[in-house]
Design a protein around this ligand. Structure first.
Ligand SMILES: C[S@@+](CC[C@H](N)C(=O)[O-])C[C@H]1O[C@@H](n2cnc3c(N)ncnc32)[C@H](O)[C@@H]1O
Length: 244
């Protein structure tokens, strides 16, 4: 759990460091969330709805027919990396956690796609692209970006995209049953929440829910035309194109 200081900028830096530590420590149990196991098992009916909706999002990503060189930000344990690597020529998968990327590397190896993917450790609040890509993709990352860093992050996305290049992202709708019952979501206007691991350790992370209209306006400021869609209960997902 991060310490509070007299300085809000230090507080935020501490939370972002805690967020990195959290995902490093969570790597071996991360997939329980997407697979609805353990603390994330909400019973057959709600689990079935979750899986239906994750498939809806995956179908939207597949429908985008992403080809060429792809940049994936906050790739984590590689759920989306595997889908991307099936059609892309190459994927550069960035994440701050060596532990989650190790899980992703194994997953891509099992799928026979390892040769298409390069994994690199990077802090996305510091990382600067040295080339452009045909597409940029990020899953469940935007809600971990604080309000006052959103435009800077989106400028990095725009700088990573060639004109006409595609964006795809997915994130969480505010829905209590998306997470475990022992980690309540932050109040409407708050952006910090406490996350727990299976062993009871706690960490603070940013979790900011924003409307589709907020995202569409924020991406437009960076020259990206974005359309945000929602599944019935759990997910917000978006496709976009960088203007020529
Ligand atoms: C919710 S997970 C999403 C993982 C994956 N994209 C998915 O959809 O399952 C968030 C990811 O962000 C990564 N992360 C946290 N802070 C980061 C930072 N400052 N820079 C890069 N990655 C970071 C974590 O390690 C974690 O893998």
């Amino acid at each position: 759990m991060s310490e509070r200081t007299e300085n809000p900028a230090d507080d935020q830096a501490n939370i972002l460091a805690g967020q990195r530590d959290y995902y490093r420590a969570r790597a071996p149990e991360y997939d329980e969330w997407i697979l609805r196991r353990g603390r994330y098992d909400h019973g057959p009916e709600m689990n079935a709805r979750w899986f239906e909706e994750t498939e809806q999002v995956r179908d939207a990503l597949i429908g985008l027919d992403i080809r060429g060189d792809v940049l994936e930000l906050a790739a984590g344990t590689g759920h989306w990396t595997e889908t991307l690597a099936r059609t892309a020529a190459s994927v550069l998968a960035l994440d701050a956690s060596p532990e989650t990327l190790a899980v992703a590397r194994e997953r891509l190896g099992r799928a026979g796609l390892a040769e298409k993917v390069r994994f690199e450790i990077a802090d996305l609040f510091e990382w600067v692209p040295d080339r452009t890509y045909d597409a940029v993709v990020f899953g469940f990352w935007l809600s971990h970006v604080p309000d006052d860093r959103l435009q800077h992050f989106l400028a990095t996305v725009a700088a990573s995209l060639r004109p006409g290049g595609k964006v795809f992202w997915v994130d969480s709708l505010r829905q209590d049953s998306a997470t475990a019952p022992d980690q309540p979501l932050p109040a409407e206007e708050e952006e910090v929440m406490t996350r727990r691991l299976n062993d009871g350790r706690t960490f603070q992370v940013i979790k900011r829910f924003r409307s589709g209209a907020t995202y569409e306006a924020a991406f437009a400021r960076q020259g990206i035309d974005l359309t945000v869609s929602e599944t019935p209960a759990y997910f917000q997902y978006a496709t976009g194109v960088r203007r020529e």
